[in-house]
Structure formats: C-alpha cells, structure tokens
Ligand binder design. Structure first.
Ligand SMILES: [Zn+2]
Length: 478
C-alpha cells in the first residue's frame, strides 16, 4: 500500500479514477463565488458596471460604509437570480432567512463586517440539490467587499456591495479534471439563465483532503489556476503523509509564479467572525408565488438544447457542442432553421463564418451594439443557393454583418456581382496606379497580387468576384 501510493504520488496521477488503486482518498469540494448579473448593488442603488467604470465612480454612503448610513431593502433582482440558480440545482429554497454580519477587520471592509446569508446562526438561502452528478450543500447571497491594493494603499469601492452568490458543493470530486469540467458546465448553465456577469469571472475556494484534515485554497480565479493548485496540493499532502507528517486543517494560498501552495493561516472557526443577525435589515421573505413564477419562466438548459440539436435537427455532435457553448448562438441556429433554411446543411455559415466575423471584430452576439438577424443570413444563403452570388461573395458580405446585418433584397443593386468587363476596367486602373506593386509581383512576390486584388475590391465596393479579379489581373500583367 505504502509503496504503491508513493509510486503514484511521484507520477503525479493521484486521484486518477482510471488507476487501479481505488482506495486512494482524494476528496475535493468547492465554494464558488460569482457576481450576480444585476443592475444595482445588493443594498444600495449604485450601478454594478465596476469593470467598465473609473475607480470610485459607483459609490454612495451605504456601500462605502460611511458611519450613520443604513442599508436599503435588498435588491430583488439579485434575489430572483439566486432563486433561479437554486431551481437549476433543484435545491430547497428557505423562504424566510436573516441577514448576518460577518465581522473582520481589513482595509477592504470599512464597516467592519460583511453582510451575508451564511454563518454560525444563519439559515442559508437554499440547501441540497445536485448539478452534473455532484451534490450541492447550499447556496447563499452575500455582498462583495471593496478592492484594496496593498502596494499603493488605494481602495476602489466600485466592487463594495456587489451582489455575490456563493455555491458550496459536497467534497465529492476526485481530481482536478473533474472539477474543471464541472465548473465549465456550471458557468455555461448560469450563462443560459443570465444569472452571473460573464466578464467578471469567478472566485473559487477549493478544499482538498487526502489522508489528513482538509486544506482550503482561497481565491482561485481561473480554471487553469484551479487545475494546477489541486494537482500540486494533492501530491504535496500525499508526500507529507508518506514522510510521517499529519495534515492539520488550514488555509493556503496558491502562488502561481512559483506553482506552489503556501500556508496563509490556520483555519478560523466560525466564532472568529462573531456572526450576529443584522439589526438594520428585516427578515428576508421570499414569496412562494414568486418562486413558482420564476420556475415557470425558466429558460431551457444546455443539455435540453443539445438533445434537440442532435435529435430534431440531426446536427453532428461536434457542431452541436459548438452551438450550445453559447446561448445566443444556439438560438440563432434555431431561428435560422425557422426561416425555411436547411440549417443542418448550412451550419458552417454559423459555426465557421459567423463565429469568424464575430471573433475578428472582437464581438459576440450578446453585445448590446451587435444586431445580426437570422433572416438576413437566410437571405444570403438563399442567394448563394440560387447562384445569384458566389460562396466567396457571400462570405465577404458577412464581413459587413458585424455589428449590424442588413437585408440583401434592399441592397440588391449594390450586392449583385459586376460583370467581367467592368472588373477588367477596374483591374487596368489598379495596375496603372500601382506600377511598383506590379513590378514586385513580376519579380516573384506572390503576395503583391493580393494587394492588387484588394484594390479592385475596394474600387468595386466589393461587388467584383475575388477569383475573377485575381484571374483578370494575372492575365493583364502577363
Ligand atoms: Zn452604493
């Protein structure tokens, strides 16, 4: 047993379920913190667009903890998002809960306590449930502290008071791969219900136990960091055990630059936070009618969409997975199919072309300034199928679909290809205006031809066919 375990730790494959040593005791649990996608903060009306805003431009006496300020009634939008998440997990929602003050002294928390639905005496917002095979312990709301830079001493209160959801799992994961896949699935599902702010990221506390007490690693903010920290920590614990050390319960930080975990402090007991019910806030009551109404309005989850893509639309699994990675994309596909287009046959217009132009412009379908309509792509596909425009031309038109698509019918005159005689005239003009580039091409610089074709495309306002223009230029240059 000892020999085998030692061997495994050296291979750094501990927790690998394919290993023959099933008895290896790796238990991993998560506390996932996400920013709820809400317009206002939890107890004041300050806006939550902290990423896009200048430091300390989203603040008021409440979220800066000014003495004498009192919290406003809880932000109902944040409460509704929490209920949605609880419904996704099938958790039991506690309809009456009391806000707690979690005391600690730190520069990021001027009022000296964080307002939370967790703690020694608290009833959390929801308990139980399951997500992708892992049992959920509980979930609760809390406010985010401010952002403190220990080097400069500056504090940015934009984040202070933002509504956070904390999701706690049972310690049922057995390796880092399983954790990362689960978190990806969680983020995808939460994006379908638009529950968490996409760009704000997540913070995850990961606890790992092997032969001793559990070790908590705080504030891991990327999947890559989570993977590395778990892999390192499991091996570290096993090697310590083999060396005869006993693992106490403690809190660690993962030092990414060194790739190691370092001790932060012995785990504080709940009593250290001096939890007390917040006397400034009333008992939070959730109406059963509201829960029912939210449940009825829940959007489909990724698994349901995936199933329909595979069964109803008979899309290949690879394409189906690309589409379901993004709610807007899969909706776009279904709306395209609803426009009388054989969406399965034309799927590459979405999975390749649409994604290409969006990525090129660093945009996504959910951006407020992007409006691309499936009916416009449907017209374009029909025009290609009817032979009115070439596939190449269709792709060029799509380049102009970001940020706003347009109807081909309305732009028919401009979009139809111009004839070869007209292309030839433009080619002659480009050749005469770019004598040095023509010389370069003659001297063997093949890429110069693209420059000349580009000139023809510009002059024709992209109505020339790319291939016709290239052939014509080659012929004229000789
Ligand atoms: Zn505020």
């Amino acid at each position: 047993m000892m020999g085998k375990r030692k061997n495994m730790s050296f291979k750094k494959e501990v927790g690998d379920s394919s290993s023959s040593d099933k008895a290896f005791p790796v238990k991993i649990g998560l506390e996932v913190h996400g920013y709820l996608d809400s317009r206002e903060k939890l107890f004041c009306m300050c806006r939550t667009d902290f990423l896009e805003s200048e430091a300390n431009s989203r603040i008021c006496p409440i979220c800066t903890g000014t003495p004498g300020s009192k919290p406003m009634a809880v932000n109902l939008e944040a409460v509704r998002k929490m209920v949605q998440i609880a419904i996704v997990f099938g958790s039991k929602i506690n309809l009456e809960t009391t806000w707690q003050r979690k005391h600690y002294d730190w520069a990021d928390l001027p009022k000296g306590y964080q307002t939370t639905m967790s703690g020694a005496h608290a009833k959390v917002n929801a308990v139980g449930g399951k997500f992708r095979g892992i049992n959920i312990t509980e979930l609760h709301l809390e406010e985010d502290p401010a952002q403190w830079n220990p080097d400069s001493g500056r504090i940015n209160y934009n984040r202070s008071g933002l509504p956070l959801i904390e999701i706690v799992t049972e310690p049922e994961f057995s390796d880092s791969e399983q954790v990362v896949e689960w978190l990806k699935g969680l983020l995808l599902s939460l994006s379908y219900i638009k529950a968490v702010r996409k760009n704000a990221g997540i913070k995850v506390d990961v606890n790992v136990s092997t032969y001793g007490e559990r070790v908590e690693m705080k504030n891991l903010n990327s999947l890559e960091k989570i993977r590395k920290a778990i892999d390192y920590e499991v091996v570290r614990q096993v090697e310590a055990y083999d060396a005869g050390k006993t693992q106490p319960r403690e809190t660690m930080a993962y030092d990414e630059s060194k790739g190691i975990t370092v001790k932060m402090r012995s785990k504080e007991g709940a009593a250290d936070y001096r939890f007390v019910p917040d006397p400034d806030l009333p008992v939070m009551k959730i109406d059963e009618k509201m829960v029912k109404e939210i449940r009825a309005g829940m959007p489909e989850m990724p698994e349901v969409k995936l199933e329909r893509l595979l069964k109803k639309y008979e899309v290949g699994e690879k394409d189906a997975k690309i589409l379901t990675r993004n709610l807007e994309l899969v909706d776009f596909f279904e709306r395209l199919a609803g426009n009388g287009i054989n969406a399965k046959k034309n799927i590459s217009w979405i999975t390749i072309e649409l994604i290409r132009v969006l990525n090129y412009n660093k945009k996504s379908l959910e951006d407020a300034d992007v409006e691309i309509l499936p009916e416009h792509l449907a017209e374009l596909i029909e025009a290609v199928e009817a032979g009115d425009i070439t596939v190449l031309k269709g792709k060029q038109i799509m380049n102009d679909f970001v940020p706003r698509s347009f109807s081909l019918r309305e732009h028919k005159g401009e979009i139809g290809n111009i004839d070869e005689a007209a292309v030839e005239n433009l080619c002659r003009q480009v050749i005469s205006e770019n004598a040095h580039v023509v010389e370069e091409y003659r001297a063997g610089k093949v890429a110069s031809l693209n420059f000349l074709i580009g000139g023809v495309m510009r002059l024709s306002e992209r109505r020339a066919d790319f291939k016709v223009a290239g052939d014509c230029l080659k012929r004229l240059i000789g």
